[in-house]
Structures are given as structure tokens and as C-alpha cells.
Design a binder for this molecule. Structure first.
Ligand SMILES: [Zn+2]
Ligand SMILES: [Zn+2]
Length: 416
């Protein structure tokens, strides 16, 4: 059972955080009741969606990219907007959230990572929030957050602020158009449930689903689905490599509304000093991963025998051997073409009658200018090197191995 396997990855449980359970169970229960018993009011639906954006940008542009990573500067009114948005998503104070998140980056995939991916999807999604365990977040420098008066004031008054901006305000505003129940069920509880699980997906799905285009040492991954759920935070492989960058989606066509929101704030004069990692360094990470994939493909292919492993054959023994089997000399290599006789487009006879001859000029254009594929295939038939035979340097390497991918400690001359 997949679920049972997920529970198996949990650390020993020492208790339950009942307050968090009440929020994470009670809120969706009210939302579901609303779906059954409270009719839709389109003004409330539009308001709930707008309030959802307020909550999510508060987390992604505020708690995350501004306070956890300091990836840009925000003017004070924008800071107030973002921190209240973050509070309205009822996920803890900015101080608590940002310290935990810095710990996640500093100690990724270890026991000190508060949402350590090796504990499974269920633990990283909600397990760590509702269960007590011996695990503790690793230490990080949060002195800047300790000195930030807005972060500290909202930390001290978090619970009344969360009750007001998370539940009361979104419930009260639709009362203005006589839809208080819609406000409670949709703008407050339904919006919160979606915001909770979309944000939690950054810790769970974004460390599980997708590709690793910049580095594959740790678990973070890039995926459009998690970006869709998280206002662009799903390009998480990029984010863990370049966490100070205000963008999570580096490429222009990737979906990152938080990046666009921050850029728009800059355009309006509300944000400044948007930090970006040098493109040249980002390109290095991307190239490294592409080469790594190419190396895996290369290692899965059979190549011509190593030159050093081939016997050195004299002209005389080449002549003797070529009487018993079709052997052709091309570029200083002796090739046994017996397995290829039937497939040679130029006919069997042409190969057999020239056994024991130097066919270099014919092969490279004298009779027919062979394709790269023919050159590659020919190299697989190498059985010896002619003693004293010269080989033009550009013809000893089959075309498929000209761009051979070698690891740093590997002597690439051995493999070509
Ligand atoms: Zn992460
Ligand atoms: Zn982060």
C-alpha cells in the first residue's frame, strides 16, 4: 500500500499539534458544507478569488521571496500588503515561516530540514505540521528578521491578526451584499483550504515531481503542474540552485505569476533591487545537466574497440590473413568485413576482391564518399592496426565520437 509506505517514512511521532489539526480539518469541513448548502453568489466567488491571490502573493512574493530570501526590496506599503496577505493564509507568522524556510534551504534533504523530502510526500505536505517529533530545524542566520519591526510586530500579534485576516474579514466583506454564509464558506474556508494545500505542495510535490535541469544532487524539481498550483514556485530545481533570484522560472515562457507580480511592483515604483543570478552561471548549471544526460546516452552505446586494445599486425600477416577472410585496410586500421558482406550496398564482390588492399582512398571518396553512418559502422569492424601504417588524425575518430563526452578524470584519448 502506497499510503502505508508513506507512513513508514515518518519519524517516531511524539504527539499531535491539535490546534493545527483543528485548522486543517475544521476549515475544509466548513468549505465542503458550503458546497452542499450555500448557493453560489458570483460577487462572493470573484471576491474569494481576489482574496486568494492576496493570500498567495503574501506567501510567495512576501514570506518567501522577500523575507526568506531577500530577493528584492519592497517599500513599506508593499511590505504591509504582503505580510497581511501572508497572515491571511493562516500558515504561521512570517518570522516563524521564513526561519523554517531558510532552514529548509540550508539543510535540504537532511534530518535538520523541517520538510525533509526523504520522509515522504505525506510528511512533507502536512505530516510535519500536525505531528510532533524529535526532529528540529537546523540553525540558520535570521538576525535580519529579528531586527525587522514589521516582522516582529506581526509575530507578536499573529493569532488575532490571523483570526481577523484569515477568517473574519473575508467572511464579513460578502456580508455587504448579504452573503455572509458565502463569505464564511467560500471566501474564508474554501479559499484557505486551497491556499494551504497549494502552498504545502511546494514542500511536497515540488521535491518529488519533475525534472532537474540545473542540478540533480538534491530533491528539488521543476514541473509546470507544481508551478500552476503555487503561483510559479514549482520551478523549484532552479530556485534551490539560485535562491536569491527573484524569479523561480528563469525562462521567459515558464509560468511564474509571482515573478510578474514583483516585476510589476518594480514598474510601479513599489519594489527595487530585484536580484538575479548571472545568466552565464545559470547556463553552466544547465549545460552540466545536459552533458550528464548525453554521457548517460553515450555510455549506453557500444563503441569501436579501443585503439590500444587492438593488435599491431605486419603487412605480411595482413596479406596471409586476408586470403582466408575479407580484410580491408582503411586509414591504418584493418577491418574484418565478413559480417557486412551481404549488406554492402556496393555489392559483395567489391569487398571480397579487394581483401588485403589499402582501401582508404576508395572509402573516402575515390570510389564512393561514404556517409558518417558508414564510417561509424566500419569502425566497429576494426580487428587490428597495421604496423608502420599511417592514419590521418581526422580519420581515426569515427564521426559519432568527435564530440565525445569525458568526465574530468577520464583520459578521453583512450576512448577515441
Ligand atoms: Zn524546497
Ligand atoms: Zn525558497
Amino acid at each position: 500500500m502506497a499510503i502505508a509506505a508513506e507512513f513508514h517514512k515518518f519519524p517516531p511521532i511524539e504527539g499531535v499539534r491539535w490546534f493545527n489539526v483543528a485548522v486543517l480539518v475544521g476549515t475544509p469541513l466548513v468549505a465542503v458544507c458550503g458546497l452542499f448548502f450555500v448557493p453560489f453568489n458570483w460577487r462572493t466567488v470573484v471576491f474569494a478569488f481576489a482574496y486568494y491571490l492576496f493570500s498567495m502573493f503574501g506567501i510567495t512574493a512576501g514570506y518567501h521571496r522577500l523575507w526568506s530570501h531577500r530577493s528584492y526590496n519592497a517599500c513599506f506599503p508593499l511590505q504591509i500588503f504582503l505580510i497581511l496577505g501572508g497572515i491571511s493564509s493562516v500558515q504561521g507568522s512570517c518570522y516563524w515561516w521564513a526561519r523554517g524556510h531558510r532552514s529548509h534551504h540550508r539543510w535540504t534533504d537532511t534530518e535538520k530540514d523541517p520538510y525533509d523530502s526523504s520522509r515522504g510526500l505525506l510528511w512533507t505536505h502536512v505530516g510535519w505540521i500536525i505531528f510532533k517529533s524529535k526532529l528540529r530545524s537546523g540553525p540558520v542566520d535570521s538576525s535580519d528578521l529579528g531586527k525587522d519591526p514589521l516582522v516582529q510586530w506581526t509575530h507578536r500579534h499573529y493569532f488575532p491578526l490571523a483570526a481577523f485576516f484569515g477568517y473574519a474579514l473575508p467572511a464579513l466583506i460578502p456580508a455587504l451584499w448579504n452573503d455572509a454564509w458565502g463569505g464564511i464558506c467560500y471566501a474564508a474556508c474554501f479559499r484557505l483550504t486551497v491556499a494551504h494545500h497549494c502552498t504545502f505542495a511546494i514542500n511536497s510535490i515540488a521535491h518529488y515531481l519533475g525534472s532537474t535541469p540545473y542540478d540533480d544532487v538534491a530533491s528539488p524539481r521543476d514541473h509546470f503542474l507544481s508551478a500552476l498550483l503555487t503561483m510559479g514556485e514549482g520551478y523549484h530545481n532552479f530556485h534551490h540552485q539560485f535562491p536569491m533570484d527573484y524569479r523561480n522560472a528563469y525562462l521567459w515562457y515558464q509560468y511564474d505569476p509571482t515573478k510578474w507580480f514583483i516585476a510589476a511592483c518594480k514598474g510601479l515604483g513599489l519594489a527595487s533591487n530585484l536580484r538575479v543570478f548571472p545568466s552565464n552561471e545559470i547556463a553552466k548549471g544547465a549545460l552540466t545537466m545536459k552533458l550528464k544526460h548525453l554521457k548517460q546516452v553515450q555510455d549506453s552505446i557500444n563503441w569501436a574497440p579501443e585503439i590500444a586494445d587492438l593488435p599491431i599486425v605486419t603487412w605480411e600477416s595482413f596479406q596471409v590473413e586476408s586470403k582466408t577472410r575479407p580484410l580491408l585496410l582503411v586509414s591504418g586500421f584493418i577491418h574484418d568485413v565478413s559480417s557486412f558482406l551481404d549488406q554492402h550496398p556496393g555489392g559483395v564482390a567489391y569487398l571480397t576482391k579487394n581483401s588485403g588492399k589499402d582501401m582508404t582512398a576508395s572509402f573516402f571518396g575515390g570510389v564512393y564518399r561514404h556517409s558518417n553512418a558508414a564510417h561509424n559502422l566500419m569502425s566497429m569492424m576494426r580487428v587490428g592496426v597495421l604496423a608502420g601504417g599511417g592514419c590521418p588524425p581526422n580519420q581515426s575518430v569515427p564521426p559519432s565520437q568527435v564530440l565525445f563526452v569525458a568526465t574530468r578524470h577520464q583520459d578521453k584519448t583512450k576512448s577515441v
